[in-house]
Design a binder for this molecule. Structure first.
Ligand SMILES: [Zn+2]
Length: 276
């Protein structure tokens, strides 16, 4: 089974604009269109069984509509919807949705309840795009609302900003021992080795999206061995990258089949298990 734990989707009518702004932000051409249909096609081509999908709210006013949108896309696409199989209805890749929140929101508690009622299975934050630091005092109340209820995926690391710097996440991990945290991009996009200093001995998971092309195979293998495959998730960062190509790159790493299986699905299933 193959689970891609990091993919972004947008409604058809704004996808082109959203993808263009991501391309501008990261100065890299995107390989996908950013729509659920396009991601479904990419997943079918690559043999990916399930995608964790999300979209970040740039301002508080977008939060509710994005959460409703992600939930509507994931409806009938959760594993089991097609009759107890891992794939969603009609043999398509299943979609598991993560919600969004914003530190400027009036009443985050109500929205956390709504995220759970909508069937979303976690929350994704992009501090650099949402423009808050991970250890922003306004976020502390949000983390306590999420602790022991929903896993949290952070974009981490950008050499240009301080918002998502590993040094901002480390104290949050220490303060919220019951918060399940996934630090995307090996804990620090463009700061991979610096992230290692902060997270080697702390409790969190990582995804390897948008990392292997920058690290190279040898360093990616080394980081997986240092952290341990039991902490790592496969992810593509679609639409920036094509999930099938990411899978091809991942399979070139010299890992044991147990390590591969753990990264492609085992870690994800542990995080998504009910009661996390
Ligand atoms: Zn992301």
């Amino acid at each position: 089974m193959i689970i891609d734990f990091h993919s972004h989707i947008y409604p058809e009518k704004i996808a082109a604009k959203a993808v263009a702004s991501t391309e501008a932000f990261y100065t890299i051409p995107a390989q996908g269109r950013g729509t659920p249909e396009d991601l479904t096609r990419a997943g079918r081509r690559a043999g990916i069984d399930r995608f964790v999908v999300f979209s970040a709210a740039a301002v508080p006013a977008q939060v509710q509509s994005i959460n409703s949108y992600i939930a509507s896309v994931c409806a009938n696409r959760e594993p089991g919807a097609g009759g107890g199989q891992e794939q969603g209805a009609a043999g398509e890749p299943a979609f598991t949705g993560f919600g969004t929140l914003h530190p400027g929101m009036e009443n985050p508690g109500e929205e956390v309840d709504r995220i759970i009622d909508l069937g979303l299975r976690g929350v994704k934050f992009h501090p650099d795009m949402q423009k808050f630091t991970i250890d922003d005092p306004r976020m502390m109340g949000i983390y306590s609302l999420l602790e022991r209820r929903l896993p949290v995926l952070f974009h981490t690391g950008d050499y240009r900003y301080r918002y998502s710097h590993p040094a901002r996440l480390a104290p949050v991990l220490d303060a919220f021992p019951g918060l399940t945290v996934i630090a995307a991009h090996f804990g620090g996009w463009s700061l991979f080795d610096l992230a290692l200093e902060y997270f080697h001995r702390r409790r969190c998971y990582f995804d390897l999206s948008s990392s292997i092309p920058y690290l190279g195979h040898r360093r990616a293998e080394e980081l997986i061995r240092i952290y341990g495959a039991e902490r790592i998730l496969f992810g593509s960062d679609y639409p920036i990258w094509d999930p099938g190509e990411c899978l091809g790159e991942f399979r070139k790493l010299r890992l044991s089949s147990a390590e591969q299986e753990r990264i492609l699905s085992g870690t994800a299933l542990e995080i998504l298990a009910p009661g996390v």
